[in-house]
Design a protein around this ligand. Structure first.
Ligand SMILES: Cc1cc2nc3c(=O)[nH]c(=O)nc-3n(C[C@H](O)[C@H](O)[C@H](O)COP(=O)(O)OP(=O)(O)OC[C@H]3O[C@@H](n4cnc5c(N)ncnc54)[C@H](O)[C@@H]3O)c2cc1C
Length: 377
């Protein structure tokens, strides 16, 4: 497989890079990372600028290589990341694009691309994380609406979201994978209570969501009733396969900053630390190649990314933790100071081996679906 970029793609890169050079100096300062309403406004403003410049649909409609170039160039230039638009742009949106009706695509996709509406993901429940199919939030049909009751947890961006990609049980009698449906729930519907949870780094980026007889129109169901598990697999393949891709480039940039700091404070003379940085550099280069390969394979197959995304997620989340452990080693005792650069990222890196499916679950998927080993349970 040829992973090199064509002249046309390099032309796209040049145009994007000069647009970024012109627009980035005009951006307002980034809000405090703990200020989620401020971050929502900032992230949506960035998305609107991308939209107005013709780059908004790069996540969905552009060629896979253009998408990769977009990630490389925006990271290289230090442009804002998707932030609060993560779920809408990187997995709810692509799921609706792949599985929604024409009306659903027309209703929900343009506001995401214009940075007007933010999505969150209501999959996990207190008793249904890795074993997602055991979810209990129920939806009972009442005329042209589902009446939804239950609770969700770890719902990222719930505090600032307009919509939630919600998994509900629509048939309690069916085998557990068969009685689930995928709904788009408006977050301002009566009966929804959002209680923010605080992370180790102090952020309220996720929340508990309580649902008390919330009415969600039947027209908001994506896919057939009780076929939500299949739709969910499409969402998870985007979430694990491509959603984290841009962060690999960001990690390479951070690694460069860590190496420069090590040169300044003398840590560079430590052979063990230098070797760790060298190994990480190789790991992130390999992960970027794996991303290119996963994206090209998905394009060639005409569907969402496959189980290769689990290989990526597994390796990436561990490499990210190692990156910030290395940053802490370079900082020395200052690493305990939350105000120091990289420290909030170091604390949040711990969550990457849990979010979007734990490492143990990714290993099960790699064993069963990539290596073809027998199921252990
Ligand atoms: C930062 C962050 C953001 C998140 N955002 C969202 C969000 O927006 N929306 C959402 O719906 N969820 C979200 N989650 C939840 C996340 O998807 C779950 O935490 C994850 O799926 C694990 O589920 P759990 O926490 O219930 O752990 P459990 O499933 O209870 O697992 C506990 C431990 O047992 C292990 N384990 C469980 N089953 C197996 C098995 N079969 N084989 C081997 N080991 C196993 C797990 O790997 C883990 O180590 C987020 C989580 C984090 C950390």
């Amino acid at each position: 497989m040829d992973l090199a970029y064509t002249a046309e793609e390099e032309d796209f890169r040049a145009r994007l890079s000069s647009w970024l050079a012109a627009v980035l100096p005009t951006l307002p300062p980034r809000p405090d990372p703990l200020d989620w309403p401020g971050r929502r406004a900032y992230d949506c403003d960035w998305q609107r600028r991308l939209h107005d410049a013709g780059y908004a649909d790069v996540h969905w409609d552009a060629s896979p290589t253009q998408r990769l170039i977009f990630l490389e160039e925006t990271e290289r230039a230090g442009a804002p990341y998707v932030g609060a638009n993560f779920v809408g742009l990187l997995h709810a949106g692509p799921t609706i694009a792949a599985e929604g009706t024409r009306e659903q695509r027309e209703r929900w996709l343009p506001p995401v691309l214009r940075g007007e509406e933010v999505w969150c993901q209501g999959f996990s429940e207190p008793e249904a994380g890795s074993d997602l199919a055991s979810l209990r939030t129920r939806a009972v049909r009442d005329g042209d609406a589902y009446v939804v009751t239950g609770s969700k947890t770890w719902t990222s961006h719930a505090e600032v979201a307009d919509w939630c990609e919600l998994l509900v049980r629509t048939d309690p009698e069916a085998p557990r994978h068969r009685g689930i449906s995928w709904l788009a729930m408006p977050m301002d519907a009566p009966g929804i209570t959002v209680r923010p949870l605080r992370t180790l780094a102090g952020s309220t980026e996720f929340a508990e969501v309580f649902l008390d007889e919330v009415r969600v129109p039947v027209a908001n169901r994506v896919g057939a009733e009780n076929d939500g598990w299949r739709v969910t697999m499409v969402t998870l393949s985007f979430e694990r396969g491509t959603a984290f891709a841009g962060e690999v480039v960001a990690c390479r940039r951070t690694l460069g900053e860590i190496a420069r700091a090590a040169r300044r404070n003398g840590a560079w003379s430590d052979d063990v630390l230098r070797r760790r940085m060298g190994a990480l550099s190789a790991e992130f280069r390999a992960l970027w190649r794996l991303t290119q390969w996963n994206v090209s394979e998905a394009q060639a197959g005409g569907g969402p990314p496959g189980a290769g995304g689990s290989v990526f997620k597994l390796r990436y989340s561990h490499a990210r933790q190692e990156l910030y452990d290395t940053a802490a080693a370079v900082l020395g005792p200052d690493a305990l100071d939350l105000g120091r650069e990289w420290n909030p990222d170091r604390l949040s890196s711990l969550s990457y081996t849990i979010a979007a499916g734990t490492s143990q679950i990714q290993r099960n998927i790699v064993a069963e679906r990539v290596l073809g080993l027998p199921k252990g349970r």
